[in-house]
Design a protein around this ligand. Structure first.
Ligand SMILES: [Zn+2]
Length: 135
């Protein structure tokens, strides 16, 4: 199991911040049964960087519910959208540049790279802004 935790050496100049959400047991979101941990997963998210590109490396546990007979992972909605590659902070910051500061998608992308060292493609940013309007 431990070899699964070894991660590639970070590229030069990139900061890696680690956050460990792993727990031995967790409550099944469907039925409330306590499920034991059966494995560890990790996920890398692009984070807002103050002085250099920053990666948030999240270690989380995967659990098995013996009642539902299904696997589940600890929720991490507070960090990122499911299957998203960026943290909520990146999304929030970029969307605010468009919605609150009236920047174009291209200018917002440029500013994210200049100021926060994270590249958000304009198409991705567009999707975020559209999703925001539906809420
Ligand atoms: Zn369950």
């Amino acid at each position: 199991m431990s070899e699964n935790l070894v991660v590639a050496a970070p590229q030069r100049g990139i900061k890696v911040r680690k956050i460990n959400l792993s727990r031995k047991v967790a409550v099944c979101p469907r039925c409330g049964t306590v499920g034991k941990r059966h494995s560890i997963g990790h996920r890398r998210l692009r984070e807002v960087g103050i002085s250099s590109p920053t990666i948030l490396e999240v270690i989380y546990s995967k659990h098995f519910c013996s009642t539902c007979r299904r696997h589940f992972s600890l929720p991490m909605d507070h960090l990122a959208l499911p299957s998203g590659r960026f943290t909520n902070r990146v999304r929030r910051t970029a969307v605010d540049l468009v919605n609150k500061q009236d920047l174009t998608l291209e200018k917002a992308t440029f500013q994210m790279r200049q100021k926060y060292h994270v590249h958000v493609p304009p198409t991705t940013l567009h999707d975020w802004v559209v999703a925001e309007m539906k809420i």
